[in-house]
Design a protein around this ligand. Structure first.
Ligand code: ATP
Length: 235
């Protein structure tokens, strides 16, 4: 049984069918990626899992139907790191992290903060600074770290590499691998096909709301069609 099982999922915005009858499995302890270009429907899938858009079809988590309300879904252990980071610029780094722990007990807070500062030493050094003073890459780390403060079983990352310099992008992907190694399952949504396929155990390729291909990340990296459409002629 997969940790998350999506069957026949469709989502429409009025007349726009953004996601069309997709099936998808996310396995425990793995990085699963959804790649696809701008507007393919990637964010919509994540939003359907989080319960923030109306959907048809079924989604089970650990064998149980997902609750319909998004706050209950978070408490089940599914946490989304939104596209564009959405950190609170005028709050300190530490206060941003505390907000991520709103579903945890107060007694867990210190340990959770220490775990985050061990994973992201730069956030520890800057804990008292306003989050808005961090660089783009540091803000992305903060957004991911804030997600981890809720102790997710499944962390969903929406375009974590967006708008970052290549060297910083590499660090973000290394961090995602470390988070997996520490035991959190990951669903990664990305336009950066090359980097996400190279770290993912399994990946789905989404075009116009439909899955057109799936396979092991490394197999898709070598797939001629994927190379042409997503990776450029030269790798
Ligand atoms: P991006 O990388 O730009 O976020 P995406 O693959 O995540 O792209 P979605 O944001 O899921 O794609 O959008 C899928 C389709 O649904 C697009 O055609 C988009 O224009 C449309 N769409 C998304 N949100 C809405 C909305 N709230 N109302 C109407 N149409 C929407």
């Amino acid at each position: 049984m997969a940790l998350l099982e999506i069957r026949n999922l469709s989502v429409s915005y009025g007349p726009v069918e953004a996601v069309r009858s997709i099936d998808m499995d996310v396995h425990e302890g793995c990085i699963t990626a959804i790649i696809g270009s701008n507007g393919a429907g990637k964010t919509t899938i994540i939003n359907a899992i989080s319960g923030v858009v109306r959907k048809s079809g079924s989604i089970t988590f650990s064998g149980e139907d997902l609750p319909s309300r998004s706050n209950r879904i978070v408490r089940k252990g599914i946490i989304q790191v939104p596209e564009g980071r959405k950190i609170f610029a005028g709050l300190s780094v530490e206060d941003n992290l505390r907000l991520g722990a709103y579903i945890r007990k107060d007694s867990e807070l210190q340990e959770l903060l220490e775990q985050q500062y061990a994973l992201f030493p730069i956030l520890g050094e800057r804990r008292r600074q306003d989050a808005g003073t961090l660089s783009g890459g540091e803000q992305q780390m903060l957004a991911i770290s804030r997600g981890l403060m809720g102790r997710p079983r499944l962390l969903m990352l929406d375009e974590p590499s967006l708008g970052l310099a290549p060297i910083i992008v590499a660090t973000v992907f290394e961090t995602i691998e470390r988070i997996k190694e520490e035991g959190t399952s990951i669903l990664l949504v990305e336009q950066n096909a090359k980097q996400s396929l190279s770290i993912s155990d399994h990946a789905y390729v989404l075009e116009n709301g439909k899955i057109i291909k799936e396979g092991r990340g490394r197999d898709l990296l070598a797939d001629e069609e994927i190379i042409k459409a997503y990776l450029g002629e030269r790798r």
